[in-house]
Ligand binder design. Structure first.
Ligand code: NAP
Length: 342
């Protein structure tokens, strides 16, 4: 039997602030054989998800910290090349929890077969038809309970999650959809590609709260929060009565070296009888709701009602630099790394 080799990035130091090259080790070596119930996946694409930054910390976030000396955990997509799991035979295209490597070996239950692989573009399984799409749907409809007529505010407006939230809100009858993004190019894209009614450039506006009041004079009913910090505080000044804020992410603080101060205007929650809550897409995976959400998203894609943008960078060897693009806004669409040709 031939022994395959893999390149992989190991985490060898806990990053302080933005991860540095010296926090990782690049290694090439044999791939271990899958054990009982395990599969081996040839990684074609790996998703650059902001949450990975939290998994690098000693405290992790909602996920076990990546052990020092272990490959960096990431969602990957590719075919099964060896299998000891009868549910995932060789040749099945799967996505699931792998690592920054050429091959991922792990328990079959870490991976799911992609549904209708011939009906959709391959990369869509790491964007609208992957955890990103489910996050948008679950957060907007299930957790925030968005309904027709709601005014919706979305931070990280052109990112993977935000861009889908806006279009889903439109499809379900939102009255106005306002995005928050960094720079004129992203704001233009928000309106022209993702259908926002207006977009606030957080880099250009000196008073974010006033900018939100200008676009949403009656306040928002739903705020889908991806960023945190000053954006969250400004938003809490602009709630309609009974507003719902769902905290999907707080990317502005992921590289912070100190605890971030909370908003100084939490009192507004009482004034507006509003609520704010966090959610995790992982809580709905594998449930009938996830299937329902997947079917709806897949249907919208087939009908051409959902646009999505991917920014695909080549090369496993450049992953540490590519990953850091997430925190500078220099990427344009859901950031993926292409590891091998399909
Ligand atoms: N709760 C869950 O289960 C769950 C699941 C998936 C993702 N998430 C979270 O959802 C959020 C979006 O993820 P994604 O996959 O859509 O990532 P993404 O495609 O990289 O989008 C993130 C967006 O955040 C913006 N951003 C980055 N740093 C910023 C800063 N300092 N201030 C303001 N905006 C900043 C960037 O836009 P600009 O260029 O406009 O700055 C970028 O478009 C993240 O916070 C992620 O952790 C949560």
């Amino acid at each position: 039997m031939s022994i395959l080799t893999t390149r992989e990035w190991l985490l060898v130091k806990r990053p302080v602030g933005i991860p540095q090259r010296s926090d990782y080790e690049y290694r090439e070596g044999p791939v271990r054989e899958p054990g009982e119930g395990e599969i081996m996946v040839r990684v074609l694409y790996t998703a650059m998800d902001p949450a990975i930054r939290g998994w690098m910390d000693a405290g992790g976030n909602y996920f076990t910290p990546i052990p020092l000396g272990a490959p960096v955990t990431a969602v990957v997509l590719g075919p099964v090349v060896k299998s000891n799991d009868p549910n995932l035979p060789v040749g099945t295209m799967v996505s699931g929890l792998g690592s920054w490597s050429d091959y991922a070996v792990g328990p079959g239950y870490f991976f799911s077969p992609v549904v209708e692989p011939d009906q959709h573009e391959l990369v869509s399984f790491l964007h609208p038809l992957g955890p990103v799409g489910l996050t948008a749907y679950y957060g907007l409809f299930d957790r925030a309970g968005m309904k027709a007529g709601d005014a919706v505010l979305i931070s990280g407006a052109t990112g993977g999650v935000g861009s889908l939230v806006a279009q889903m809100a439109r499809l379900r009858g939102a009255s106005k959809i306002v995005g928050i993004a960094g720079g004129p190019t992203k704001c233009k894209q928000a309106i022209e590609l993702f259908g926002y009614d207006a977009c606030i450039d957080y880099r250009a506006e000196s008073d974010l709260s006033a900018a939100m009041a200008r676009e949403l004079p009656n306040g928002f009913d739903v705020f889908f929060e991806n960023v945190g910090g000053k954006i969250l505080e400004a938003a809490l000044d602009n709630m309609a009565k009974n507003a719902r804020t769902v905290v999907c992410g707080m990317i502005s603080g992921y590289n912070a070296t100190e605890k971030q101060p909370g908003p100084g205007n939490m009192w507004n929650l009482l004034v507006k009888t509003a609520r704010i809550e966090g959610f995790l897409v992982a809580d709905c995976l594998g449930t009938p709701l996830a299937e329902e959400m997947y079917t709806a998203i897949s249907g919208w894609l087939k009908e051409g009602k959902l646009a999505y943008k991917v920014d695909v960078r080549e090369g496993l060897e450049h992953i540490p630099d590519t990953f850091n693009l997430l925190f500078s806004g220099q990427h344009d669409g859901k950031l993926l790394v292409k590891v091998a040709d399909a």
